[in-house]
Design a protein around this ligand. Structure first.
Ligand code: 6GU
Length: 238
């Protein structure tokens, strides 16, 4: 998987992505990261890339030409058509299913806006997928792009060490993950659930499944509509 990120703040992307698991994936060559500073494609000697909005209103708008040129520069390195994700609160809301779908692509372009947005004309020309990461407003698309790249990266084969950790967790099967415990067995008078110390694998699995169902009912009951529950489990919840 190779990510291309068009942004006015490439350092933010590079610093974030070169940390922890995504950083290791980049070092190991499992993930490629190419950041493009839109400012380098300004069409004036002052390197300005924003201007006042036609029709008036607050803030500045990123101009079409520098964004278009930055995208053309990225396309030089890509032979086939590529999906261009534009990070915007007006987009489709990102979820695990979208992460899975995008993880199947060989290359992805992320376009990060700042200020009040980007001139609509260039968006019409290059964007294939407008995406939001939730119903709140951020100052720019860089953090959302990193959220998406993180979620996508961990689905790329080899990025996570054990293949199990990408399956059977929260949102796979529309159930939240069961609680985890590690040493010590008693911490500040709070004991780890007995069954986890029993060594009885089938009982552990049963307990974890039950915890997943109960936890989902308590914290994310909206997910249960889609969850695959046994008739017994449905009955337990009623
Ligand atoms: Cl993708 N961009 C911005 N600026 N704010 C957001 C967002 C994206 N998703 C949620 N809020």
């Amino acid at each position: 998987m190779r990510f291309h990120v068009l942004t006015l703040f490439p350092d933010m992307i590079v610093n974030g992505m070169h940390t922890s698991i995504t950083g290791r994936a980049i070092e190991r060559g499992l993930i490629g990261l190419n950041t493009v500073d839109i400012r380098n494609y300004a069409d004036n000697k002052h390197m300005r890339v924003d201007d006042y909005p036609y029709g008036g209103g607050a803030g500045m708008v990123m101009q079409a030409e520098p964004v278009y040129r930055a995208f053309e520069a990225v396309k030089e390195h890509i032979s086939h058509p590529v999906r261009v994700v534009y990070l915007t609160p007006q987009g489709r809301v990102f979820n695990q299913e979208m992460a899975g779908e995008l993880a199947g692509e060989e290359e992805l372009v992320f376009l990060c806006g700042h200020y009040e947005g980007i001139d609509e004309r260039v968006l019409e020309e290059i964007v294939t997928d407008p995406v939001s990461i939730g119903d709140y407003v951020l100052t720019g698309g860089e953090l959302p792009a990193m959220v998406m790249m993180d979620a996508i990266s961990r689905l790329v084969p080899g990025v996570l060490h054990n293949e199990e950790s990408a399956v059977g967790e929260s949102f796979q099967g529309y159930l939240l993950e069961y609680p985890q415990y590690s040493r010590p067995a008693v911490w500040r008078e709070k004991a780890v659930p007995e069954v986890l110390l029993s060594g009885h694998h089938a009982n552990v699995e049963r307990w974890r499944r039950e915890q997943s169902v109960l936890r989902t009912a308590k914290w994310r009951p909206d997910l249960l509509e889609n969850a695959e529950l046994t008739p017994k489990e449905r009955e337990m919840l009623n």
